[in-house]
Design a binder for this molecule. Structure first.
Ligand SMILES: *Cc1c(COP(=O)(O)O)cnc(C)c1O
Length: 362
C-alpha cells in the first residue's frame, strides 16, 4: 500500500465557486486565474471545474501552452505580459492576450512581426506600486499602443492593494477613472476580494483567483461559509501510529509539547515535505474521522501528531483531514490552518508538494 496521504481536487466545488464569482459580478465576464499551476491544484485537474469561465488568466507561457493543449480556444491573458521580445512570437502563435505595463513591452510590440494584431491589457499603477504605468504616463502609453499596427484592441486594467482590508478600493478606483475616463476599451479591476466586497468596481472583467479555490480572501474577517464558497482541495491522510502519553511525557522534536495528564495521541502520515506548514504550532485544527481536534508538538518532515482525546474511537487507519472536506459532511477550511501557520490560504495550496498523489474528485 502506498503511503496513505492524498489530495483531492473537487470539480464540483470549482464550478460552484466560479458561479459565485458570476453571481457577485453579474454584469462582468470572469477570468479564472490559474497562475501557479492553478494555485497548486494543477491546471489539467482544475480545468474540468473551471472551463465555464470566460477566460483564463495566468503568468507563464508554458502554462498557457498547457491550456491550449487542453483544447481551450477562448481568451487567455498573461497578467505580467511578456518577459522578453521573443515571447511575442508565442503570444501570436497561441493567440494570447497580454498585459502591457512598461515601455519596453511597447517597444517589443513595435518591432514584432505578426499577421494578426494583438489584444493587450494596458496596466495602470493606481497606487499599489508594483506593475503598471503611473496615472500620468498612462495616456501616452495608450497613444503609443494605439498607433501600432501590431495592436488591435486595448483594454485597461489595474490591481488593488487593499480590496480585502479596511482601506478598500475607492482611492485606487478614483485614480484609475480620472486617468482613463475618456479612453475607450474594456476595463478589468477586481480580484476575488474586490469582486466579493466591492461589487461596484466589477467593470467588464473580474479576475477571480483565490475564491474559485475555496478560500476567503478576507479571512479571518469572513470565512468561506460567509461567502458561500466550497473547498476545491482536500488534503487527507491516515493515522499510522498511536501513543499513550503520561503526565510529563513530551512529543516530537524539541519536546515542545508536554502532556499535563494522560492522553492518547495519533501519528499522521503528513509532514512539511507534503506541504503541511512547519509553522503550525500545537493547537492547529485538524479532523480525525471527521471530528475536530488539534495538533500537538512540532510538524516534522513526514509526520504530525494529533490529540485523540476528542475522538476516543480513532485507531490505526483512521482518516485525517488536514484541510478541505472530511467524512460525513465535516469540513476544515484551509484558511484556518493557514492562520495557525501565520499565513494565508494561497500559500498553503500553492505549496502542496509534488510527492502528494493528487486526483480529481468528480
Ligand atoms: C493573482 C492575481 C489575481 C487574482 O487574485 P486573487 O486574490 O487570487 O483573486 C488578479 N489579478 C492579478 C493581476 C493577479 O496577479
Amino acid at each position: 500500500m502506498p503511503r496513505p496521504i492524498e489530495a483531492l481536487i473537487h470539480t464540483a466545488a470549482l464550478a460552484h465557486n466560479l458561479a459565485r464569482a458570476r453571481q457577485a459580478a453579474p454584469d462582468a465576464r470572469v477570468w479564472a486565474v490559474v497562475k501557479a499551476n492553478a494555485y497548486g491544484h494543477g491546471i489539467e485537474r482544475a480545468y474540468a471545474g473551471l472551463r465555464g469561465a470566460d477566460g483564463f488568466a495566468l503568468l507563464d507561457l508554458d502554462e498557457a501552452e498547457r491550456l491550449r493543449a487542453l483544447d481551450w480556444r477562448g481568451p487567455i491573458l498573461l497578467l505580467e505580459g511578456c518577459f522578453e521580445a521573443r515571447d511575442l512570437e508565442r503570444c501570436s502563435r497561441l493567440n494570447l492576450w497580454h498585459a502591457v505595463h512598461h515601455d519596453a513591452q511597447i517597444e517589443w510590440l513595435a518591432a514584432h512581426k505578426t499577421q494578426a494584431p494583438h489584444r493587450v491589457f494596458l496596466k495602470m499603477n493606481s497606487g499599489m506600486n508594483r506593475l503598471g504605468f503611473t496615472a500620468q504616463a498612462f495616456r501616452s502609453a495608450w497613444a503609443r499602443l494605439n498607433a501600432l499596427p501590431q495592436v488591435d484592441e486595448i483594454s485597461l486594467m489595474t490591481h488593488f492593494a487593499d480590496a480585502d482590508g479596511e482601506r478598500g478600493v475607492a482611492q485606487q478606483v478614483a485614480t484609475f477613472e480620472a486617468a482613463s475616463r475618456d479612453l475607450p476599451g474594456e476595463r478589468s479591476l477586481s480580484n476575488s476580494a474586490a469582486t466579493l466586497r466591492h461589487g461596484s468596481a466589477a467593470a467588464d472583467w473580474v479576475r477571480a483567483g483565490i475564491m474559485v479555490y475555496g478560500s476567503a480572501p478576507d479571512h479571518p474577517q469572513h470565512d468561506i461559509a460567509h461567502w458561500q464558497l466550497r473547498p476545491a482541495m482536500t488534503l487527507r491522510s491516515r493515522l499510522i501510529g498511536l501513543q499513550m502519553l503520561q503526565r510529563g511525557d513530551s512529543v516530537g522534536y524539541g519536546s515542545s509539547f508536554v502532556a499535563d495528564a494522560p492522553m492518547r495521541i495519533g501519528v499522521v502520515a503528513c509532514g512539511y515535505a507534503d506541504g503541511y506548514p512547519r509553522a503550525c504550532a500545537t493547537g492547529t485544527p485538524v479532523l480525525v474521522d471527521g471530528v475536530r481536534t488539534r495538533t500537538v508538538g512540532r510538524v516534522s518532515m513526514d509526520m504530525i501528531t494529533v490529540d485523540l482525546q476528542p475522538v476516543p474511537a480513532a485507531g490505526l487507519g483512521s482518516e485525517v483531514t488536514l484541510w478541505g472536506e472530511g467524512p460525513r459532511g465535516s469540513r476544515l477550511p484551509i484558511d484556518e490552518v493557514a492562520r495557525a501557520a501565520g499565513t494565508i490560504g494561497y500559500e498553503l495550496m500553492c505549496a502542496l508538494a509534488q510527492r502528494v498523489p493528487t486526483r480529481i474528485d468528480g
